[in-house]
Design a protein around this ligand. Structure first.
Ligand code: NAP
Length: 450
């Protein structure tokens, strides 16, 4: 390879930033532009990690360090595939790495799922994390709420719904989120797992955290606390699962405490229908009791229960968005690839195009797992370096000139530092680390001011 690689990474979340970091370490002459549709970097960490998880948000410190590298440039507020077509940027780069993650809700095909008051967890997470593209107001009017799913997102959503607004005041939640949560009359949050306690997807620390609020009593309902051979084998094989089961059994056995809000955990209850009408909105949730089949799977028993709830949140997994003109497998919700090399729908390689992170392998695993992914993708890219279709416009200034010419109000790393400082300034008089700015035009205005 006799040229310094010019690479675009699409997506400034952990997956994209890790890929840029690994690439510039392995190929020191390479330069990378990280392009994001949001005006800010950090993707899921800023807009997916719950505000009361400051420890996970601390990963930003390491990502910030990567973005300080002069070989890596952040270009925000540019929606690849929408504001600029992939082929428009091809002349500026030798290779493009797609790292756009997964930020939509997986669909749940049950009657009533579209009723007012039935929500996707991803939308709610975006709201409480102050995402600029969701409405400012969230209808928190229900006293009893159902959360579907037994993963960490379901746990996040149930915890944020159950905690009082004042418990979250020390976090970076925007003012509109604080006010929304303050007005919430919720008393009971019911989390439903369709399988047993031996098949949960959440992790021990996140589970135990549910019990840390002085205002919330966690109630484990004994009816579904069942184990078959498959469950016992899974518990023996995974320490983290055993820790979850031990915690659940302890909570199930303890005496109830009198607290203003309750968070109920139900097992072996699969969602069957959301009840209500367009006029009333959600008035209930129907679940079907499941039984374990011996191998850890479940089957319906034909026995149904109607739960009195006025809102339903499905937290049954995330889904990636397809990018216009790029291959996408709608069944798996991922970009087809071979070791990170993007394949078209006939299985042929698309020269110069790579994928990493959740859009490559699906929305599973913790943030750190995307490093392994990025390693594989970057290894493939560098192995292909000599055969990549070479960029025509190699000067890094060229692509900015093109975006200017297109009239796009892109944001930069310096712009993010301005917005960052502004948000920290909003928080400090109140003893808070930051208060997020939500409206996109304000974020862009602050970022682009000089
Ligand atoms: P997840 O871990 O895959 O959990 C999805 C849950 O939805 C599972 O319990 C699954 O049950 C259930 N489900 C799927 N389809 C369903 C259906 N039709 N009806 C009822 N339930 C259904 O996904 P996630 O919670 O979205 O999390 C995504 C990733 O982000 C995970 O790796 C997670 O650990 C990570 N994350 C981590 C944190 C943290 O570290 N604090 C926070 C948030 C997210 P089955 O098992 O029966 O399919």
């Amino acid at each position: 390879m006799d040229r310094a690689l010019r690479v675009a990474v699409v997506g400034a979340g952990p997956a994209g930033i890790y890929a840029a970091d690994i690439l510039t370490k392995a190929a020191p002459a390479a330069t990378v532009d990280i392009i994001d549709r949001l005006p800010t970097p950090y993707g899921l960490i800023r807009y997916g990690v719950a505000p009361d998880h400051p420890r996970i948000k601390e990963i930003i410190t390491a990502l910030h360090h990567v973005l300080e590298d002069p070989r890596i440039r952040f270009i925000g507020n540019v929606d690849y595939g929408v504001d600029v077509k992939p082929e428009e940027l091809t002349p500026f780069y030798d290779a493009v790495v797609i790292a756009t993650g997964a930020d939509r809700d997986r669909e749940l095909d049950i009657p009533g799922i579209e009723l007012p008051g039935s929500h996707g967890a991803a939308d709610f997470v975006s709201w409480y994390d102050g995402h600029p593209d969701v409405p400012r107001e969230w209808p928190l009017t229900a006293t009893k709420v159902a959360v579907l799913g037994a993963g960490n997102v379901a746990v996040d959503v149930a915890r944020i719904l159950a905690k009082t607004a004042d418990e979250l005041l020390e976090t970076e939640i925007p003012d509109n989120v604080y006010r929304g949560l303050l007005a919430s009359p919720v008393t009971d949050v019911h989390l439903f797992s369709r399988r047993g306690p031996g098949q949960v997807k959440f992790t021990p620390m996140e589970l135990r955290e549910l019990d840390e609020s002085p205002n919330v009593e966690v109630v484990v309902h004994p009816e579904g606390m069942e184990f078959d051979e498959g469950s016992l084998a899974a518990i023996r094989a995974r320490r983290s699962l055993k820790m979850c089961v031990d915690t659940l059994q302890n909570w199930c056995a303890r005496d109830p405490r009198d607290r203003p809000r309750r968070l109920h955990l139900h097992f072996l209850q699969a969602p069957a229908a959301v009840l209500g009408s367009e006029e009333t909105g959600v008035t209930g949730l129907r679940t079907e009791t499941q039984e374990l089949t011996g191998d850890g799977s479940v089957r319906g028993t034909g026995e149904f229960t109607d739960w009195d709830v006025q809102a339903v949140y499905r937290a049954i997994g995330y889904l990636s968005r397809p990018i216009a003109d790029l291959p996408f497998d709608a069944t798996t919700g991922t970009i087809p690839h071979d070791a990170g090399r993007v394949l078209d729908l006939d299985g042929e390689r698309v020269p110069g195009l790579y994928a990493t992170g959740w859009i490559k392998r699906g929305p599973v695993g913790l943030i750190g797992h995307t490093k392994k992914d990025a390693n594989e993708t970057v290894t493939s890219l560098l192995a292909d370096a000599d055969t990549l279709p070479a960029a025509v416009h190699r000067d890094p200034a060229d692509v900015l000139g093109y975006l200017d010419q297109r009239g796009l109000d892109y944001t930069t790393w310096d712009g993010w530092k301005r917005l960052d400082e502004h948000e920290v300034g909003l928080g400090s008089p109140h003893g808070r680390k930051r208060v997020k700015v939500v409206p996109r035009h304000e974020m862009v205005g602050i970022s682009r001011s000089s």
